[in-house]
Design a protein around this ligand. Structure first.
Ligand code: HEM
Ligand SMILES: *[C@@H]1O[C@H](CO)[C@@H](O)[C@H](O)[C@H]1NC(C)=O
Length: 319
């Protein structure tokens, strides 16, 4: 091998080695200065009318990141070439907010055409959702690129199910390089948003670690054979406020989802973390920000991988 070939191959290695590619806080500072303001203003106007949309965007971001990293694959519509992620069990009838991302993307394209990825727009929108609903504001690295494909099958087993027990939940986070602390902290996202009766009926009717008065009140709204798609707040105390009452609910056995109550059930160090966040909102906010940054930077597409989509629903190749 000549020395020139060696240098060439070494350079290729640098360019294509994903671990050498980093997200950066100022990625669009010169190429799209108004980006953070555009996302902030549209999110604020939307949440003023409909606060739940903040929860829906946060969940959308989680479901994007847990399937091949935060690459906006969840935003792709089905095509003749592939069936995407939208119709998979964890997303069907559950993933919401696609039109809002379209609205933000169109406005961003007006100011900075073909510059900002849909993956970064979703990350910024999720960051704004948390802050606008009363949670922490945090800086988030940018420079993610958009996937060229999505696949129905790639979702299987990646997104944890509400019927999971604690070891299964921990395993699903560890598979993404996140630990049990991240699990407890990021589950705190359930301080906002709604879930449908069919996702928690089994917990309310059959589990024994449920406060009986709480169970009774939920059963009224979710009868045994009716109202599958009725939406109830994940945090029944402050449904649209990003606070730490989710953890207080867990201690009182008033979690809506089986998976949530699993985080306070066994007297392990996981319970101690729940108690910490229930009593110390600042600790929760600081750790939530850190865990969000960790989740948002798992395995990003950077450099020459992926593309900057013009339309978040379609890869550029398809027009
Ligand atoms: C730990 C495992 C998790 C499980 C088993 C889980 C499960 C669920 C389920 C079943 C729903 C209701 C879906 C429906 O009824 O359509 C839901 C909603 C939601 N999840 Fe999770 N989730 C988990 C973690 C997370 C994480 C890490 C985040 C974000 C950081 C998150 C954010 C949300 C939000 C904000 C909603 C409400 C969405 C809305 O109101 O539109 N979840 N989750
Ligand atoms: C409660 O458990 C039984 C036995 O596993 C099951 O058949 C039933 O569907 C469960 N009830 C609910 C509301 O999920």
């Amino acid at each position: 091998m000549t020395i020139v070939t060696c240098i060439f191959l070494a350079t290729l290695g640098l360019i294509f080695n994903p671990s050498s590619a980093q997200l950066s806080l100022d990625f669009y500072e010169n190429s799209c200065t108004p980006l953070p303001d555009i996302v902030h203003d549209i999110m604020r106007a939307t949440l003023n009318r409909n606060p739940r949309m903040g929860a829906s965007i946060l969940q959308l971001f989680f479901h994007d990141c847990f399937v091949n990293g935060c690459d906006a694959s969840i935003l792709l519509d089905d095509t003749d070439f592939f069936i995407g992620e939208k119709s998979t069990p964890p997303n069907k009838d559950s993933a919401r907010g696609f039109e809002l991302i379209d609205t933000i993307k169109s406005e961003v394209e007006r100011f900075c055409p073909e510059t900002v990825s849909c993956a970064d727009i979703l990350a910024l929108a999720a960051r704004e959702a948390v802050a606008l609903l009363g949670g922490p504001f945090f800086e988030i690295g940018l420079g993610r690129r958009d996937s060229l494909v999505a696949s129905f099958n790639s979702v299987a087993g990646q997104i944890p199910s509400p019927s999971f027990n604690l070891p299964q939940l921990i395993a699903s986070f560890e598979a993404k390089g996140l630990d049990y602390r991240d699990l407890v902290i990021l589950s705190g996202a359930h301080t906002i948003g709604r879930a449908r009766c069919l996702r928690f009926r089994n917990h309310i009717y059959n589990d024994t670690n449920v406060d009986p008065d709480f169970a009774d009140s939920v059963k009224v709204l979710c009868p045994i054979n009716d109202n599958d798609d009725e939406n109830l707040p994940l945090d029944f105390q402050t449904a649209d406020l990003f606070d730490n009452l989710y953890y207080v609910n867990l201690i009182n056995r008033r979690a809506l989802l089986h998976s949530d109550q699993e985080l306070y059930n066994y007297g392990t160090p996981v319970d101690r973390l729940v108690e910490l966040y229930a009593s110390d909102m600042d600790a929760f906010f600081g750790d939530f920000a850190d865990s969000m940054v960790r989740m948002s930077s798992m395995n990003p597409l950077t450099g020459f991988r992926g593309e900057i989509r013009r339309d978040c629903r379609r890869v550029n190749f398809l027009g």
